[in-house]
Design a protein around this ligand. Sequence first.
Ligand code: ADP
Ligand code: G3P
Length: 495
Amino acid sequence: MEKYILAFDAGTTSSRAIVFNHSGEICSVAQKEFTQYFPQSGWVEHDPHEIWSSLASVAAEAITKIGINGKYIAGIGITNQRETTIVWDKATGDPIYNAIVWQDRRTAEYCDKLKEAELIPFIKDKTGLIIDAYFSATKVKWILDNVEGARERAEKGELAFGTVDSWIVWQLTRGERHVTDVTNASRTMLFNIHTLEWDKDLLKLFDIPEAMLPEVASSSEIYGHTKTTIFAHKVPISGIAGDQQAALFGQMCIEPGMVKNTYGTGCFILMNTGEEPVISKNNLVSTIAWKIGNKVTYALEGSIFMGGAIVQWLRDGLGIIKSSSEIEELARKVPDCGDVYFVPALTGLGAPYWDQYARGTIVGLSRGTTAAHIARAALEGIAYQSMDVINAMILDAGIGLKELRVDGGASRNNLLMQFQSDVLAQTVIRPHTIETTALGAAYLAGLAVGFWENIDEVKKQWTVDSTFEPDAQHDMQLAKRKWAAAIYRSQDWVK
Ligand SMILES: Nc1ncnc2c1ncn2[C@@H]1O[C@H](COP(=O)(O)OP(=O)(O)O)[C@@H](O)[C@H]1O
Ligand SMILES: O=P(O)(O)OC[C@H](O)CO
């Protein structure tokens, strides 16, 4: 019987399990949303047990849907929301606090202090990152400072820290392996992206005991075998990558200069920069794209905190649409935004602005403004934010953009993709499989177990669904100036 690769995609709002065949085609998908906790303004938490139980149930569902069991799974690839921080007791496996999610802003003021102490170059030189509450280090420190007895227990070696990938491997191996991969490690602000080791100076700065940290492995190797009852067989866990790096791989952006944008909850634009990190002068971050064998590939990244999530807000917060896909029909009711500009900074602004205190802003409302204009302005806001990141990327890399490869839920929206092409004056390409995050994790897992022989073999599986060419119908220069003015108005709002 044919064998398959199973990808676990542990996203911010839902858990997905996808079974891929040897041609890289999706054979089965199961998905489950899980609870988002907002205990205070700007705080976002998940229950680590729910992350795992939802993943376990979708994995079981996905494999039973096509009538297979663990025996027919050649390898498991894990991809995950990055930066989200979990600390658990090594003996009991119980988390000592909820997962603090990447979007959580509770450590923003502490980050300001780090900036005031002029630590920006110190941290950037080692990690490639910008100081922001987004990354894991300040979240781990918060847990150690705020959960009673935590630091003492961490110092005694009783606690484990992990990003969501580590938590999943711990569950799958029943506590046998405490491991992460280089891509996830590079988002913690504790990992030196040049030496590929946890950085002792940073551990000291954040007062984090080294004993809590996972072992750091490559993105494609056998980390261990499943011990859960879901599979009834020992399945090798053989690929791990943060979701945005996995998407870069799934999009087969394997040559330096290739760029992808994933339009999910946020928008994450990554450019492959080859074997050396490019240190950004334009407020992007340098990150590890993957490590396969001994070869490390780096990327430049621009992280936008609100992408498709703004569409969910129009659905759940404003109630002007009933489902995310309805936004396209609504926005098409008007020929343009009617001079309305919408900066979706509901949780602050990420790259290239990095303003933790910015908030969502709609400007240019008039008596003639309708829900359709707001819908259109929201979609355009997603595209303008992506344009700002891509412009910064082009400056940093010193090379132009040949094409933009797109994926993620909101990339289904043809109006958004056409507008993205118009504002960039560049070709936008959507592949057949927009589940490229899971596909990338599957490829990494399959390569490690010989399911696929080499990258050249999987490269042939990437095929184009739609191409969008620039076809701007109005003055884009004026529109871009208005966008810049709207961004200015959204900044520094809640400080
Ligand atoms: N047709 C659409 N137009 C615009 N946004 C969409 C559309 N379909 C889905 N979305 C948005 O895409 C996001 C889901 O994409 P997905 O890739 O599943 O995200 P994630 O992996 O971050 O959970 C949601 O925020 C949703 O609002
Ligand atoms: O869950 P996603 O797809 O929104 O991705 C979240 C990112 O990994 C955060 O850095």
